[in-house]
Design a protein around this ligand. Structure first.
Ligand code: ZN
Length: 364
């Protein structure tokens, strides 16, 4: 019994793959097909050719199996694990705390930044201590003057952003950022002193932006939002998962994918061409930052980053980040590094994964 089962499991994938249609005409429910039992994958669905009366037509299609979809996530994870080996690091930060700063959060910042940097020793080569500021809701003026000491936030952009966050979020305030700017940046936290402290991937995520800032030579503002935020989320969740266990990855991924508020129903109905239009709209940087369109860049960006990580690995990703330091259009860099036109990659690799994951992972 046991043996038979194993044999069947081995044979089934072969049967499935031999039945996949090689025809280039895209299958559509009810359209003509030529061979009973042949299959065709379009977007997130697999169509099967069936006999209906005397005619052969494509059936309604079923959502592509979970195993196929999960494999991108698993391979992506395995590739990070293989290339990002944690090694001890010396302190790389200079910490600045407001008078009201909460001790438990100070400790969290220092231990998680240190933990996060251990994974980046093969690429991070910053020699200056990186400035980290942390203030509570009572300390915006303190933050502004502390930044001034280091000639940071010259145009008051972060000050304005944080002021808006304080007004909108009140006692749930939880802002952290590494602003894209010329020259040295900073990591700042502006956080409600009464908000509870939970395990999350925020600090590892922000730390990724520090590495990006270093590798792009302060040109993270040239990165498309889906890449800047998507890879920050990918590596941030990876490191948090390494710390707390695999279950965390699925939860964090689901949360990012559903964070496109109100749109979680809407995007689940997107056709591949609607996805294409939306991904193109995430290639810029926006006056409202990459939170543009209710954090859309995070969910879709995480999925696109998973595909790049699964197919081409960590070193290529680093090469791609570094390419933003050059005076070369990033779409050209993408083609040079990944060997495919960006728009073709969206259509053949990126969008099918985005669609199949939104079909697999439930909304809240
Ligand atoms: Zn971010």
């Amino acid at each position: 019994m046991q043996k038979r089962l194993i044999a069947l499991l081995v044979i089934t994938p072969l049967l499935l793959s031999s039945q996949l249609s090689t025809s280039h005409a895209a299958a559509k429910a009810g359209a003509k097909c030529s061979k009973v039992g042949s299959k065709s994958v379009v977007g997130a669905k697999t169509f099967t050719c069936i006999k209906s009366g005397t005619k052969l037509i494509w059936d309604k299609g079923v959502k592509t199996t979970a195993t196929t979809k999960q494999s991108v996530q698993l391979v992506s994870y395995a590739n990070m694990k293989k290339s990002m080996l944690p090694r001890p690091v010396k302190n790389l930060f200079r910490y600045h705390y407001s008078p009201n700063a909460v001790n438990a959060y100070k400790e969290k910042i220092e231990s998680e930044l240190n933990f996060s940097m251990e994974y980046w020793t093969s690429v991070y080569d910053g020699t200056e201590l990186f400035n980290v500021f942390y203030g509570t809701e009572k300390d915006l003026e303190w933050l502004i003057s502390a930044w001034k000491t280091y000639d940071l936030d010259k145009y008051g952009y972060t000050a304005r952003e944080y002021k808006g966050r304080l007004e909108r979020e009140g006692n749930q305030l939880n802002a952290g950022s590494v602003p894209s700017q010329d020259g040295p940046s900073h990591l700042s936290f502006f956080r409600s002193s009464t908000r509870s402290i939970q395990p999350d991937s925020m600090i590892p995520h922000e730390n990724v932006h520090i590495v990006q800032q270093q590798l792009t030579k302060s040109r993270t503002d040239q990165m498309p939002c889906w890449l800047r935020e998507g890879t920050a989320s990918l590596f941030g969740i990876f490191q948090t998962t390494e710390k707390y266990g695999l279950r965390v990855y699925d939860e964090a991924k689901r949360s990012e994918m559903n964070a496109y508020q109100g749109g979680s129903t809407e995007i689940r109905k997107f056709s591949d061409s609607q996805w294409f239009t939306h991904l193109k709209s995430l290639e810029g940087n926006f006056s409202g930052g990459c939170d543009f369109k209710n954090r859309f860049a995070y969910g879709a960006g995480l999925l696109l980053s998973e595909v790049l990580m699964a197919d081409s690995g960590f070193e290529k990703m680093m090469e791609f980040w570094r390419a933003f330091s050059l005076e070369v259009d990033w779409r050209q860099s993408f083609k040079n590094i990944y060997g495919v036109e960006l728009d073709i990659w969206y259509k053949t690799k990126g969008i099918p994964h985005v669609m199949s994951e939104y079909a697999r992972i439930k909304r809240y």
